[in-house]
Design a protein around this ligand. Structure first.
Ligand SMILES: C[S@@+](CC[C@H](N)C(=O)[O-])C[C@H]1O[C@@H](n2cnc3c(N)ncnc32)[C@H](O)[C@@H]1O
Length: 294
């Protein structure tokens, strides 16, 4: 399919390159990943990941071919635009990224301009993510991206093999800019849902702007418990990771909870980096039940 005008050409992906995240994302799951993967069913009809972020779990499951299809969502439109362009226009995206230079002046110029067109917008997000300070995604109250230049020697702005492998993995995925509740409405028996919500802000005045303009506070955490329970009742296998706090333990009392220690490379909480306790909450042991015909 070389020369496809849409730029869609996932056939170019190298089968030896495993799909991996194309963005660094706060709360990225690298050290918790084995624990999460071990708890998800071996074979899933539809895999739902409604707090997608860097999509570490999705890419790992795709590498192991553990689902038939996936429904992926996040509230952040720039993030979903990146995945949708990687999915459908990976060659045009690679072409765009390979023209972008790494230096401080270019960084601030790219940061100031929001280009027209989804491909250039996706390239901008990837560029800022690869070259900005700590790979943070942070916007101010007016929604303007405000992360300073990062001091990386030689960041890989355009990792062609990784982008193509990600594109291949995304061929069986539906992508939505959506709230987690809406994104999981269709899940049922045979499906699996993994929730990786943002942590609640450490204090009501904390400048918690890492992911999105609106903080994910106690009210949202409680709404998530309701969604978690109703999905489990509908027969979907449901797994959630969250900080190991008294509040989380109280919210999920009565469900299966495992305590795990992880290293967080980017930590939005005041306590900074290092070892933190996490809880993995799940609805029930993985089911083998296949979805019944409706
Ligand atoms: C902890 S991060 C997920 C990290 C991800 N698992 C990874 O591996 O990088 C949380 C994500 O939830 C998204 N988010 C915040 N509130 C949301 C909501 N109400 N519905 C859906 N997504 C939301 C944020 O934009 C952010 O990308």
């Amino acid at each position: 399919m070389a020369g496809d005008v849409s730029g869609q050409d996932p056939a170019k992906a190298d089968p030896l390159v495993k799909p991996k995240p194309v963005l660094k994302w706060a709360g990225g799951k690298s050290s918790l990943l084995p624990e999460v993967l071990a708890r998800l069913p071996r074979s899933i009809d539809t895999y739902y990941e409604p707090f997608l972020g860097g999509a570490a779990v999705f890419f790992a499951l795709a590498a192991e071919r553990r689902f038939e299809r996936a429904v992926l969502a996040d509230k952040n439109p720039e993030l979903i635009n990146v995945y949708s362009v990687v999915q459908r226009h990976v060659e045009l995206l690679i072409r765009e990224l390979s023209t972008m230079q790494h230096d401080e002046r270019t960084y601030y110029r790219v940061r100031e301009e929001i280009p027209p067109g989804k491909i250039r917008r996706a390239a901008r997000t990837i560029y800022l993510n690869r070259t900005g300070y700590n790979g943070l995604y942070r916007v101010n109250r007016s929604g303007v991206f405000n992360v300073p230049f990062g001091r990386y020697k030689n960041p890989k702005v355009c990792d062609e093999a990784r982008l193509r492998a990600a594109s291949q993995a995304l061929q069986h995925a539906e992508l939505h800019v959506a709230d987690f509740e809406h994104a999981t409405l269709q899940a049922g028996p045979g499906d699996a849902v993994y929730f990786d919500p943002p942590y609640a802000p450490s204090s009501p005045t904390a400048n918690f702007t890492s992911y999105h303009r609106e903080p994910f506070g106690s009210e949202e955490q409680r709404r998530l418990v309701g969604v978690f329970k109703s999905l489990s009742e509908r027969g979907a296998f449901t797994l959630l990771s969250n900080a190991d706090t008294a509040e989380t333990r109280a919210l999920y009392r009565g469900l299966v909870m495992d305590e795990v220690q992880v290293r967080r490379p980017i930590n939005s909480r005041a306590s900074g980096r290092g070892q933190v306790g996490e809880l993995l909450v799940r609805s029930a042991p993985p089911r083998r039940t296949k979805r019944q015909p409706r």
